[in-house]
Design a protein around this ligand. Structure first.
Ligand code: ZN
Length: 301
């Protein structure tokens, strides 16, 4: 496991289309000093307001995860957060000139490839991790999530849709073992009737077969088909890793999710942080020799 915090070597610039607005968005990701965390900045608004990428700033979980502070919001942060997490970036300033992160190809892959190309800068400050102390559980109808103490982040997600192209499927991610390539290209998905309804409401104007798996009654509409046999479950893990990155630090827990969405991820993450210790991973020492720092609640940040 990596022992020190990391940032980007230099600034990454990215242009793409916003899923809802259909308009071009420019994203600039800058390096930041250690212990800064990930911070989103709306450069198109007066005073360039800054929103920390932390669960306490989540203001909406309908269809995507939106963070906000006062009148400034940034939506669809989860795919970029997953790419930053997978690239091991702890500290970065993410500037954008629109209220949404570009949709890219509906996965985290292009962000991750761009981050890898820029390269990472290892910082001197040690990494911190949230160590879950006791089991927590969230249930909401047929959706549920359970987290248990573990020495490694381990996330399993299952989906169960009454559609012959999806049905029941699952995928498991184990930090340090599962490669990004096993799930990072899994795309977001939706049903044609929902996409049409959203477009009538002026939403998802940038949505197309270029950035989502779209299903109709017959099956997958995308001519290229699926990228993985169980792409839907893999995307659910991608979303979960992006949402859990809003912990601000790596979580050490075994997490199981069933039919989860961004709302359940947020509620489970809050429950996990309430029962976790923030621990410094001592550099150049074995993981068994960690020093307990202090109990920090997400609310205190
Ligand atoms: Zn997603």
């Amino acid at each position: 496991m990596l022992k020190r915090q990391r940032t980007l070597k230099t600034t990454l610039e990215w242009k793409g289309i916003g899923l809802h607005s259909g308009r071009e968005v420019t994203l600039r990701i800058h390096p930041l000093p250690a212990d800064s965390g990930i911070r989103f900045v709306r450069t198109d608004l007066h005073g360039s307001p800054e929103i920390p990428a932390l669960v306490d700033f989540v203001v909406n979980t309908r269809m995507a995860t939106t963070i906000g502070r006062e009148n400034a919001t940034v939506s669809t942060v989860e795919h970029l957060m997953c790419a930053l997490f997978a690239a091991g970036i702890d500290n970065a300033r993410v500037e954008l000139d629109a209220p949404e992160v570009p949709i890219s190809d509906g996965s985290s892959n292009e962000f991750f490839v761009a981050l890898e190309r820029i390269g990472v800068q290892v910082q001197t400050a040690p990494l911190k991790v949230w160590k879950l102390q006791r089991r927590v559980e969230i249930k909401s109808g047929e959706k549920w999530g359970v987290a248990e103490p573990s020495s490694v982040l381990d996330v399993s997600a299952s989906v169960d849709f009454d559609h012959h192209a999806i049905g029941y499927q699952n995928f498991r991610y184990i930090h340090g073992q599962t490669s990004f390539q096993e799930f990072g290209s899994a795309r977001t998905f939706g049903f044609l009737r929902e996409v049409e309804a959203l477009k009538k409401m002026g939403l998802a104007l940038g949505g197309s077969l270029d950035n989502a798996v779209v299903l109709d009654d017959r099956g997958v509409m995308n001519p290229e088909g699926l990228r993985y046999e169980n792409e839907f479950a893999r995307h659910k893990v991608l979303d979960a890793l992006g949402d859990f990155a809003l912990a601000g630090h790596l979580i050490e827990a075994r997490i199981q999710l069933h039919r989860s969405g961004h709302d359940l991820h947020r509620d489970l993450l809050r429950a996990i942080l309430a029962e976790s210790e923030l621990v410094e991973v001592a550099p150049a020492q074995s993981s068994s020799r960690r020093s307990f720092l202090r109990r920090l609640r997400a609310a205190a940040i």
